[in-house]
Write a protein that binds this ligand. Structure first.
Ligand SMILES: [Zn+2]
Length: 384
């Protein structure tokens, strides 16, 4: 069990807020909107009475009563007994999302050596964990994902809401992997195949786009944030004004192969010199530190931080971001590297405007697995 997900509230969620969608809620969608609002409120506040729920959401008691009745019939919400009161009148019955009655399967295909999977609670807590050695790619990779999902599903003693998968590469919004060189997949319909094989809702998204959702829902993230995931490669997920940004090519946040600077730099796997990934990926940093004299270690990390600052400065300015969150090895990222990036960002953006932008390391463990859980929560319950 992983209890390391921060926060002191008994529900362990961040502030109650909803990922906004670009679609305006039309009258015929009002009911769906109200359903999501009620579940979102319960998700972040925990057990409460129907009267509290009405007050909190601004919906009438009658509407709340109807919706809660439906949720209870569907098995999504349960009554949790009565609240102890000293005042007069009938003590209210508390209701909550049936957190013990459902599970989510999350899978992370971005690790260097293994595909990792977990059975998670609705609160994003890892209950069971399994992994399989990373196959070379292609069909073997698909079979490995499917076997891992099957195994995790067999471990669940409660109904599973769905399966979320974070995959390296460019992933379309219907879960078709357009391109993943790491997994040797091109136009690979992972979401459709897996959903048919498992007979469950499946969501497949880019790993960094999954990670940014975990930070948003379970972390203390702000509404305008870039999450930079540093591993074998470098990728990023974006949330702007509480909306996930994916882009028309589904490639928003693909900053790893942006050349940072005009003075060359280390040779990148893509063949160019000086890509952000060639400066910053965990594997490159470890190799460069191993090659350097011990006293040069800080200089290597400092250089990587400067290049990160150069890379993110125009993004911060274009989107007016509040926060840059890094996910990756703390021994490399924390300290010198983040300090250099923060200084570089300040030097390269308009003085007095972006002074309060924070660059920090995430506190989230299993960030892709937990982000995959948010994908399922968001698609199945409208909760994020
Ligand atoms: Zn490159």
């Amino acid at each position: 069990m992983n209890a390391d997900h921060g926060g002191s509230s008994p529900h362990r969620f961040g502030p109650a807020r909803h990922l906004r969608t670009r679609v305006k809620v039309l009258p015929e969608h009002a009911r769906g909107h109200n359903r999501a609002l009620v579940l979102q409120t319960l998700f972040h506040n925990g057990a409460m009475s129907r009267a509290d729920l009405s007050r909190e959401t601004g919906l009438t008691r009658v509407t709340i009563s109807d919706l809660v009745g439906e949720f209870i019939a569907d098995g999504i919400v349960v009554e949790k007994g009565i609240r102890e009161t000293t005042g007069p009148g009938k003590p209210p019955i508390l209701i909550d999302i049936d957190r013990d009655g459902h599970r989510i399967v999350g899978i992370d295909l971005s690790g260097p050596g293994a595909f990792e999977g977990a059975l998670l609670s609705l609160d994003g807590e890892v209950l069971e964990r399994r992994e399989v050695p990373r196959p070379s790619g292609g069909t073997a990779a698909y079979e490995a994902v499917r076997a891992l999902a099957d195994e995790l599903l067999s471990l669940s003693t409660a109904p599973v809401l769905g399966v979320g998968v974070g995959a390296p590469g460019i992933v379309r919004s219907d879960g078709l992997v357009l391109s993943s060189p790491n997994l040797d997949w091109t136009d690979f319909p992972l979401e459709r195949l897996l959903s048919a094989a498992l007979d469950l809702p499946v969501l497949v998204r880019n790993d960094a786009n999954a990670a940014v959702l975990a930070e948003y829902t379970f972390g203390q993230a702000r509404a305008d944030m870039l999450l930079v995931k540093v591993g074998r490669g470098v990728g990023a997920g974006l949330i702007s004004d509480s909306q996930p940004l994916v882009g028309s090519r589904f490639a928003a946040g693909e900053i790893g192969h942006v050349v940072v600077g005009t003075d060359g730099g280390p040779r990148c796997a893509c063949g160019r010199d000086g890509c952000l990934e060639a400066w910053l990926s965990a594997s490159t940093l470890r190799a460069r530190i191993a090659d350097a004299a011990p006293e040069e270690r800080e200089a290597v990390l400092h250089d990587a931080g400067v290049r990160l600052g150069i890379g993110i400065a125009p993004i911060v300015a274009a989107l007016d971001l509040s926060e840059i969150v890094l996910s990756g090895p703390a021994d490399l990222l924390d300290g010198t590297l983040i300090e250099a990036a923060t200084r570089t960002l300040a030097e390269r953006t308009l003085e007095g405007v972006y002074d309060d932008v924070v660059i920090r390391l995430t506190a989230q463990k299993d960030i892709v697995l937990r982000g995959a859980a948010v994908m399922v929560l968001s698609s199945q319950l409208g909760v994020s």
